[in-house]
Design a protein around this ligand. Sequence first.
Ligand SMILES: *[C@@H]1O[C@H](CO)[C@@H](O)[C@H](O)[C@H]1NC(C)=O
Ligand SMILES: *[C@@H]1O[C@H](CO)[C@@H](O)[C@H](O)[C@H]1NC(C)=O
Ligand SMILES: *[C@@H]1O[C@H](CO)[C@@H](O)[C@H](O)[C@H]1NC(C)=O
Length: 508
Amino acid sequence: MSKGHFTCLLRGLWVLWLWQADLVSGSKLWEVPIALFGSFSNHTTSLEWEPQCQYPHLQDGIRITADIPPRLEGSWVSTRCEVRPGPEFLTRSYTFYPSHLFKALQHYYTDSGCEEPAYSLVARGKLRLRQASWITRGATKTEHHLHKVGIVIHSPGAMHQLAARLPSVCVGLTLGGMVPGRLYELYNARAGRDCLGASGYSMMELGLVRVETQHQPHGGLVQELFLGDVHTNWTQRTYYRPMGYQQPLQNAMHHIHPCPACALLFRASEQRPPVLPHVPAATSLSLDGRWVSQRCEARPSVLFLTRDFTFRPDEHSWEGLYRHYSEPTCSQPTFTLRASGHYAQGGPSAKVAGGTEFVFKVTRARVTVLEGATARVLNETRRGSCGKAGAWEVGVEQDVTPTDGCTVLGIKLPHKEYELFKTELDHRRRTLLFIGERPTDGSSPDRPQKRPTSYQAALVHCCEEDTPTSQRHTNQLKLAASGTSNLPRLPFFVLVLVSLLWGWYCVF
Ligand SMILES: *[C@@H]1O[C@H](CO)[C@@H](O)[C@H](O)[C@H]1NC(C)=O
Ligand SMILES: *[C@@H]1O[C@H](CO)[C@@H](O)[C@H](O)[C@H]1NC(C)=O
Ligand SMILES: *[C@@H]1O[C@H](CO)[C@@H](O)[C@H](O)[C@H]1NC(C)=O
């Protein structure tokens, strides 16, 4: 539900940044000035994130640092069964060696709990860090070369699942004749064998990396590896250059405890895929109450935000508060959007096991600008296109409902979205809410065919006793030791102009 509107805007920002890069470096677009990278390189960006709902264990705050460029050496594993657009259910276990070589293991499953392995893919190759990303601030761009990719099928059933995707005869092996448990080579750079094209497999996710270290109050360390996002459109995933992230992998040595999946994944191999422990399905999904982001979230096309939702099932109503920021620690706010409306809960998804279908209607939107330049741009908008022209002020909320949204911000009211939700328990037995992934192209899932088949980062449920007092707390992001002052400020007005010039029209 986080709405593709700003993604459209931020495509403008993307163009703008490329343009800036061009001005600064005076050469080709993709050559980012080394000086910028240098200014990032020895800084760790830190923040303390205090979620709005207070939990006893979080009261002291967790300090997060991110080294740029990141240190990738080590083994990184999934902490749960992951869902990719399609859907595909998988677990990942990637190892990076000091020699820049890597081994990436992906285990695919036939079920949404990752209990029935279908096949495993093992890729070996070389990865080099390149430069700080202009598009996704805080991320480092890389270049990778695959050496070999192999596949091991674990069940005869998986063969049928694959048959649709892999060419039935590829480099001399007939899919029907594959023996479960034996490794078959799909790709070998040296031997010139390439059966990947048709399989939809790629390691484009390695194109964008970020490592965050959480310093726990009691002294423990948790390290997370963010890799590039996978395009929600199957036909584009093999060439899409990531601009956002997938859910992070955790370091096999420094992960959150307990993590039953971590140990299983660390010990697994392509021949012995991990079988995740059975998690009893919730009898029914209840949205009641308040749900908040667990961290500063990054979106494809340069957007950093936190989300905060309240659902009232008895009234079928919801409200979402999206706080937008210009950089990856969520410390420089640009604006907040408060959207509300009604929703209807449908049945279990036929396409994505474990998911539940919803239809959301957005009928009201309010915007608070938190930055001078943006306020000035909105002030100049055509009368009747975005709230009261001339009445925009920093820190003052404006209702944009009477103008049917805000053209400049790409908000159109009323608006309908087809959604996919699921809930799960985390390692502390808190309830997590997963909301459907946004289409990567920045569009909105405004038709049933565009309903998501994968999920965004989980929101965590606020305890009952937190909700009434929550108004008192504001999201506080304390910069402990910061490199963010070196980041260029977001010239928001320019991107608005650029987006207008390009004439993107995005619905809410
Ligand atoms: C980065 O910081 C570390 C520790 O503060 C220091 O040892 C190292 O020399 C610095 N590197 C550069 C390139 O400045
Ligand atoms: C996926 O991408 C292809 C190629 O760009 C496009 O033709 C198709 O309409 C897209 N599908 C969806 C559902 O957006
Ligand atoms: C918006 O316009 C009004 C009236 O012209 C003006 O008083 C106000 O200062 C402007 N606000 C900003 C942020 O420019």
